[in-house]
Design a protein around this ligand. Structure first.
Ligand SMILES: [Zn+2]
Length: 386
């Protein structure tokens, strides 16, 4: 990202935390945000076009700085210059990753008002007179905008330092601000996992996850209800005439529910991952391919799409405490193998919700059995490394 990863002192680690808050800008502030979104797109597109022209003419990669455009586009001076500098940093970064692995990242694209997210980022600068960005009791002070009213669901500790903010507007017209904090903490002592303090988790369509001890995260009912609402609205939309007032109203409603579901899911993922990371010394999970998850997400299974995010949350929440996430190979036969004796089922009976092992007679719940195997494989990995 824009700022360099700072090296921490001896025995210290730098950690980052983001706090997302809802913003309630005044009319004038909303207009300023709107202009800033537009200016960011403008500067991005012009820098990209110039980079391309320059590359064609000279075979050199070069991106002009935002200052160059201010004469021909004086409206750029009306918005926070930091936001424009950030666009330069983001574009430079987009090229850096593109040059490094073109197939993975693709060539940087031009931004369109219709399809691209309305957002801008600004870094905090601390001068003798104080920081340029800071939070107040019920707002955030930003350059140009002044104090923007905000609702905080949680607050930063006094010793965290505010690095930057990203303001975005959702499709339904709400404003949010992600505040990134940096904090220096003592490097945690590594925690060696023991079988009794390690948890094995298996992804489950019905329960989100099932653990090797039989625990499950029952998907909250409200999430299912919102999803049903969304499906109904989608059907109604399909029958409506695009462009009509009713249609537009339904689209607005659809986007609102969509955002609501995303928020509910994020909340759920954070709470579950914190609970597990605090309660266990290590967690074993399977390395499910992310594109598979994306495919199930497009089939409307909102939970599977959240599982990858859940795993990443667990990873960093464990790491903060010196604990490990043990990811096991997804091709291991976790569902077919009897977790009691290691016998591998050849018949399809392991697909049933419950089955008993033909060799040792152990009765298994399919998902719990798989979670047990995932845990055993995870623990075997660290035993192999020790
Ligand atoms: Zn068995």
């Amino acid at each position: 990202m824009a700022w360099k990863k700072r090296a921490a002192g001896d025995g210290k680690t730098v950690q980052y935390t983001t706090i997302k808050v809802r913003l309630y800008p005044t009319e004038a502030q909303a207009e300023l945000f709107e202009n800033t979104f537009g200016c960011c797109r403008y500067i991005w597109n012009h820098m990209l076009a110039d980079q391309q022209r320059f590359y064609l003419e000279t075979d050199q990669h070069f991106i002009p700085t935002p200052a160059k455009y201010k004469k021909e586009a004086p409206f750029l001076k009306e918005v926070d210059n930091q936001a424009l500098i950030q666009e330069h940093n983001k574009l430079s970064q987009a090229f850096r990753v593109f040059f490094k692995s073109p197939e993975a990242f693709g060539y940087p694209r031009f931004k369109k008002k219709k399809t691209d997210r309305d957002s801008f980022t600004a870094c905090n600068h601390v001068f003798e007179s104080g920081p340029t960005i800071y939070t107040t009791r019920d707002g955030i002070r930003m350059t140009k905008a002044g104090i923007v009213k905000a609702r905080f669901s949680r607050r930063a500790e006094a010793w965290w330092s505010l690095r930057r903010v990203t303001v975005e507007k959702t499709k339904s017209g709400k404003y949010f601000c992600s505040i990134l904090y940096e904090r220096e903490v003592k490097t945690p002592e590594p925690v060696a996992p023991a079988p009794e303090t390690t948890l094995g988790l298996k992804y489950s369509v019905g329960h989100f996850y099932v653990a090797d001890n039989g625990d499950m995260a029952d998907p909250p009912r409200w999430l299912k209800q919102s999803q049903e609402k969304l499906a109904k609205l989608q059907q109604r939309l399909n029958r409506m005439r695009p462009g009509s007032r009713n249609y537009q109203e339904a689209v607005r409603k659809y986007r609102e529910i969509h955002e609501h579901i995303a928020n509910q899911r994020r909340d759920f993922i954070h709470k579950e991952s914190s609970r597990i990371a605090n309660g266990w010394d290590a967690v074993c999970m399977r390395a499910d391919a992310l594109d598979e998850m994306a495919r199930s997400a497009s089939r409307g299974n909102a939970f599977k799409s959240g599982y990858g995010a859940f795993r990443e949350c667990l990873r960093y929440k464990l790491a903060r405490q010196g604990k490990q996430l043990l990811v096991v190979n997804r091709y291991e036969l976790t569902t077919r193998t009897c977790s009691a004796c290691g016998f591998v089922q050849s018949s399809a009976s392991y697909r049933r919700r419950t089955w008993s092992c033909p060799k040792c007679g152990a009765a298994h719940n399919r998902e719990v059995n798989a979670a047990r195997n995932i845990k055993a494989q995870g623990l075997a990995q660290i035993a192999a490394c020790a």
